[in-house]
Write a protein that binds this ligand. Structure first.
Ligand code: F6R
Length: 361
């Protein structure tokens, strides 16, 4: 049942305010400015001994893991990174007892992730799951974890589950941070930011008509570049994946600072750039990248907190706490991919060559 929407993708994009509300519900503890995660199965003493966090996932879940790693590193000050689960499996990784492993999956059935979890457990590692489907294989195999509560996701490409997974990571980061060195003040600040998310997502969804008009101008492109810096880079990766999957436009994502190390050679009027430009301490650096692109006559669509003079179009999103901005900046680009693909007559819910759940190697 699509509930009045033409596609599941549109339905699922629209459900995000409620979905985010669900992942937050019952978990915030205002008394201690932290969150409770019932199924985590990690006591505070153990949480203090973690030396490193390694996050594993595939596709969109890997991208959510990249943002998760930066949230954990930022709030809990635990070195953290994310890696595609298949790469991890095949490189005979050093499995370290002081590392906490986190497997991320919407379906909970993705074979590469499940196999990585099983291998880690065989070697005695502690593995948590950040999973959407309750009782799925990865959820059962993990020692504990955080359910994402996005609700059923039917469209082959992931949207609401990506957003909810990142919010789940923000909760985990806050929880670990408040056990370690994150101050009460910062805890409160993040909680206030989290509470604002559903209404801010609602506000972004209201700009759908404007995004649709912008998408119509890019729909014929052969290829598109996506750039972001630090927190914005995984947002660029995910937005470029979404565009590729449903529109079949070739797209690639680069860290903004890497442009000058090669890809700037590609910039010309026929290769538009989508730039993630949050209003944070890197704003001036990001603006400099826009200038470099404009100097080569590249067209620019910025996703930013204020209109960007160098951009041909800016989608303005509401500002949250710096740490939580990536959650909001991805959402207009889901709609951008959607309307670009729609303008090109694509079968949005059933993109060619793709399956919802990849249960083979
Ligand atoms: C992208 C997409 C895929 C999945 C990937 C992992 O829109 O849907 O990239 O994210 O196959 O799937 P899960 O999260 O079920 O493990």
């Amino acid at each position: 049942d699509m509930g009045g929407h033409d596609t599941y993708m549109h339905k699922e994009i629209s459900e995000q305010p409620d979905a985010v509300d669900r992942v937050l519900r019952g978990r915030i503890d205002d008394r201690f400015s932290t969150v409770h995660l019932g199924g985590l199965n990690l006591d505070p003493r153990e949480a203090r001994t973690i030396r490193r966090i390694k996050i594993l996932g595939c596709g969109t879940s890997y991208h959510a893991g990249l943002i998760g790693a930066s949230l954990i590193e930022g709030m809990a000050r635990i070195p953290a990174d994310a890696e595609p689960a298949s790469e991890f499996r095949y490189r005979n990784p050093v499995v370290d007892p002081d590392t906490l492993y986190i497997a991320v999956s919407q379906s909970g059935e993705t074979y590469d992730v499940l196999a990585a979890v099983q291998e880690l457990k065989r070697k005695g590692a502690r593995v948590l799951g950040v999973v959407n489907v309750v009782g799925s294989a990865i959820a059962r195999e993990a020692d504990g974890g955080v359910y994402v509560h996005a609700g059923p996701e039917v469209c082959v490409v992931s949207t609401k589950c990506f957003t909810n997974t990142v919010v789940a990571f923000a909760l985990l980061a806050l929880h670990l941070g408040r056990i370690r060195d994150l101050s009460v003040t910062d805890g409160k600040r993040i909680i206030e930011g989290l509470r604002k998310l559903p209404a801010q997502i609602e506000e972004i969804l209201k700009s759908e008509d404007e995004i649709k008009q912008i998408a119509a101008e890019y729909a014929g492109a052969q290829s598109m570049m996506f750039i972001g810096r630090v927190r914005g880079y995984p947002v660029a990766l995910e937005a470029s994946l979404k565009l590729k999957e449903i529109s079949y436009i070739h797209a690639e994502a680069y860290p903004a600072s890497e442009l000058k190390h090669g890809p700037l050679a590609l910039i010309e009027p026929a290769l538009p750039t989508v730039a993630i430009v949050p209003d944070d301490d890197l704003l001036e650096k990001n603006r400099a990248a826009l200038e470099e692109i404009k100097a080569r006559s590249g067209r620019i669509l910025a996703v930013a907190h204020q209109p960007q003079a160098k951009a041909d179009h800016t989608i303005v999103v509401p500002k949250n706490e710096d740490e939580l901005d990536p959650i909001l900046m991805g959402i207009p680009l889901q709609l951008f991919a959607y309307h670009t693909a729609l303008a090109m007559g694509r079968d949005i819910d059933k993109p060619r060559n793709l399956a919802k759940s990849v249960t083979v190697e």
